[in-house]
Write a protein that binds this ligand. Structure first.
Ligand SMILES: Nc1ncnc2c1ncn2[C@@H]1O[C@H](COP(=O)(O)OP(=O)(O)OP(=O)(O)O)[C@@H](O)[C@H]1O
Ligand SMILES: [Mg+2]
Length: 356
């Protein structure tokens, strides 16, 4: 036999208790165990005890109203549904109750035993699915943040592997070629192709370095986020010579928690690459600051704005915007994008880190 549904009625009227009690005992398909308290205080105490599957709440309770109690219920983190019972039908109150998170709003004298039974059953079932959904969202969030961390670890590992294997082999080969070329001063026909080869090796080394630092700028681990940002904006200006970068950093290295450094860097990287690829901007402002216990990152461009760059509406959906948001939010931060035709696009991320 299944367990009875545990119901708590919070109502100062004894007659209402008798009516509800009678109705629940008549229920054909569900067994109920009804408890009753008469005051706001006793109701709150019982709710904190978490011993019920559903609460039936009188809307008008002397000095207090049911909405106050519902707010306290939500504050205590109680997960059981609340159904309001009221003697006056009032659409505005009904709406307020719904917005505050009530599962149903029944008018005394107008509902029957089957209606009450069904309302409780639906409230309990939908609250349960809501809770399950919440739990799977939390799990998904956790998985996503583990995935991001694993991706960064893997990138770092590959970058180091490339550095230690291909990077050092290429440098060794280049060194040998130049060494041999030096000894062939009197044989220009052999020396010239060796020097060409050496230049090709140089390019290969540069290319390997670029790939490594795209994977993970080693500077981030060696010198920190502030030096990495300076290096990145210098490189950016070299590549996109038509775009000026205005950098304003008002934060100390020690104020940035270790785990946020790579996240801040990735957001800057994506926001600036987006500006270069899509915005037709002439100027990018990059601000990183510490304000009232928060780290605030802001990358804005003076380009054409998100709506007009058009690629979204053409159906090509990128990962950049969502991955910036994901990185910021999964690390406990807030993320927003503002965009307009006249003022370009601004990407803002912010993390409360306290007074470190
Ligand atoms: N700074 C910007 N100015 C104008 N449009 C932008 C800007 N940033 C993004 N967009 C628009 O938003 C779209 C989505 O950006 P998102 O970074 O998600 O994808 P993407 O850059 O196209 O591809 P990916 O980042 O995956 O390489 C872009 O295709 C572009 O249309
Ligand atoms: Mg992008």
């Amino acid at each position: 036999m299944t367990e009875p549904t545990r119901v708590l009625l919070i109502d100062d009227d004894r007659d209402d208790f008798l009516i509800v009690s009678q109705m629940l005992s008549e229920a054909e398909y569900t067994r109920f165990k009804l408890d009753w308290v008469q005051t706001y205080e006793a109701g709150l105490e019982a709710i904190c005890g978490r011993g019920h599957d559903v609460y039936l709440l009188d809307y008008f309770m002397g000095r207090h109203n049911g909405l106050e109690l519902l707010e306290r219920v939500v504050e205590t983190g109680c997960r059981a549904p609340v159904i309001f019972l009221t003697s006056h039908g009032n659409y505005a109150v009904d709406l307020k109750a719904m917005e505050a998170g009530a599962s149903d709003y029944l008018i005394k004298g107008q509902f029957t035993a089957p209606v009450l039974e069904r309302s409780i059953r639906y409230a309990v079932a939908s609250k349960r699915s809501e809770e399950e959904l919440k739990a799977s969202r939390e799990e998904l969030k956790l998985l996503a943040s583990q995935l991001l961390r694993a991706q960064e670890d893997e990138r770092k590992r590959i970058a180091m592997e490339l550095h230690d294997s291909i990077g050092s082999s290429l440098s060794a080969v280049k060194f040998c070629i130049e060494n041999v070329a030096c000894r062939l001063d009197d044989n220009p026909e052999v020396r010239a192709p060796l020097l060409t080869l050496s230049r090709a090796m140089e390019q290969a080394i540069d290319e390997a370095r670029r790939i490594m630092s795209d994977l993970r700028p080693s500077m981030l681990d060696d010198l920190g986020i502030l030096s990495t940002i300076s290096w990145f904006s210098r490189e950016f200006e070299k590549i996109y010579s038509g775009i000026g970068v205005e950098k304003l950093v008002r934060i100390e290295e020690s104020q940035v928690p270790e785990n946020l450094k790579i996240i801040i860097f990735r957001i800057i990287q994506e926001a600036m690459n987006n500006a270069a690829k899509h915005s037709r901007a002439a100027k990018i402002s990059l601000n990183l600051s510490f304000e009232n216990g928060s780290i605030v990152l802001c990358v804005s461009d003076d380009g054409i704005g998100l709506d007009r760059s058009g690629t979204v509406s053409e159906g090509r959906r990128g990962f950049g915007l969502s991955s910036m948001r994901e990185r910021a939010e999964l690390s406990g931060g807030k993320f927003e994008i503002e965009s307009s035709r006249d003022s370009g696009t601004t990407v803002r991320a912010c993390w409360v880190v306290g007074s470190c």
